[in-house]
Design a binder for this molecule. Structure first.
Ligand SMILES: C[S@@+](CC[C@H](N)C(=O)[O-])C[C@H]1O[C@@H](n2cnc3c(N)ncnc32)[C@H](O)[C@@H]1O
Length: 374
């Protein structure tokens, strides 16, 4: 059954859609944690236009508040926000990417606690250096996703923190910035990767930032079996491990890296410059919803370890969309090499979209597919 789209908030009622969303989308574009934040801001009579919103998923907070700015890592969240602002006749809300520092000062902050704890800590450390003493930070999350360390981290970085009563399976925390100096922002993680011949660094919201993912490892083992390519895309690139390994193996003279996460694209950029300092012109980077806005040449090889979560649940919808985009952007005869968790059955989608599909490898957890356009 399709989820409701009318979000009722203390600031008015708004029609909100997710991005991406399916026909009869079963998931809401907001959650109880968003509503707790809006109710808390409203009851404190905060000027909504002064609020800095952090990690709004589909725009519920920014649309209702007509907020001062959104600080986010996610291009999908920004696409959702733009669509929902337009749909509700609201003015544009400026976006500050996670890789930049937002202006803060005395303004209130409304923060949805992110899934990745190191990213939460990174955001708190940076906010602590920007907020003036006395500024309020409200944070909220759904009970089932909250780490037991939330209060400890808020107190460590921001200041005295109150854990409010849980409501509708969500929880609100309020912190007041005190006058201690800000703790240092955590350094990027890194690990040595044989396939790229060096260290791979990654900012805190990047997938598998401190070790090689098992699926990526199985795909990397298949690189020698893939013929050379002229235009190679590393789709959903994370720290860039697949594209950089393919480049080092001499599979292609150039690589295009694409991810929806600002931190992923920034990390892939840093890694390409660090590992191949003389080859800057060989690498192109794009942040966005997969290949939806890709305007480069049709590819003859795409490497992809697709996302397997839709928010917090394992779901193949996010990956299937990327496969559809691949079919559109591969030239005739072009190949997609894809690694997937065994429990996500991409085979029917691959067979529908591509003329030939072969299984290249399989281990206990993953399968690597090679799909070819006719
Ligand atoms: C499983 S990780 C793979 C990362 C990297 N290729 C690796 O092998 O370590 C999936 C990546 O997909 C990205 N992602 C999710 N949805 C996306 C979308 N619609 N467009 C582009 N990237 C997306 C995530 O940010 C994440 O970096």
């Amino acid at each position: 059954m399709a989820a409701d789209t009318l979000c009722q908030t203390p600031y008015g009622d708004f029609r909100l859609l997710r991005y991406p969303s399916r026909r009869d989308e079963p998931l809401l574009a907001w959650c109880a944690a968003d509503l707790l934040l809006l109710e808390a801001l409203h009851s404190r009579e905060v000027d909504p236009g002064q609020v800095l919103v952090v990690n709004d998923d589909h725009g519920a907070l920014c649309v209702a508040l007509q907020a001062r700015a959104l600080w986010t890592d996610s291009a999908l969240a920004v696409l959702a926000l733009q669509r929902n602002l337009q749909q509700n006749d609201r003015a544009e809300v400026p976006v500050v990417w996670s890789t930049e520092a937002p202006a803060a000062g005395q303004d209130p902050v409304a923060l949805r606690i992110p899934k990745q704890l190191p990213y939460f800590e990174y955001q708190l450390a940076l906010l602590a250096s920007l907020l003036e003493p006395g500024a309020t930070l409200l944070a909220a999350g759904m009970d089932k996703h909250l780490s037991p360390r939330v209060v400890e981290l808020l107190e460590h970085h921001i200041g005295p923190t109150r854990r409010h009563r849980g409501e509708r399976k969500a929880r609100l925390f309020s912190s007041i910035r005190d006058d201690r100096p800000a703790a240092p922002v955590p350094a990027p993680s890194s690990y040595y990767c044989d396939a790229v011949g060096g260290e791979l660094r990654a900012l805190p919201n990047v997938f598998s930032r401190d070790k090689l993912d098992g699926g990526s490892r199985l795909l990397l083992q298949q690189l020698p079996a893939l013929g050379p390519a002229t235009t190679l895309l590393d789709l959903a690139c994370g720290n860039g491990v697949l594209g950089l390994a393919a480049f080092r193996a001499g599979l292609a003279p150039a690589v295009v890296f694409v991810d929806e996460s600002a931190m992923a694209v920034a990390s892939a950029r840093v890694n390409s410059a660090g590992l191949f300092p003389g080859d800057a012109s060989a690498f192109t980077f794009g942040q966005g919803d997969g290949l939806a806005n890709y305007r480069g040449p049709q590819a003859d090889l795409i490497l992809c370890n697709p996302p397997f979560h839709l928010q917090h649940t394992v779901d193949d919808y996010a990956g299937r969309r990327l496969l559809e985009q691949c079919a559109l952007h591969l030239q005739p005869g072009g190949r997609l090499c894809l690694v997937a968790n065994q429990h996500l059955d991409y085979l029917p989608t691959l067979k529908r979209l591509f003329q030939r599909v072969d299984r290249l490898a399989r281990d206990r957890r993953f399968i690597v597919w090679l799909a070819r356009r006719g």
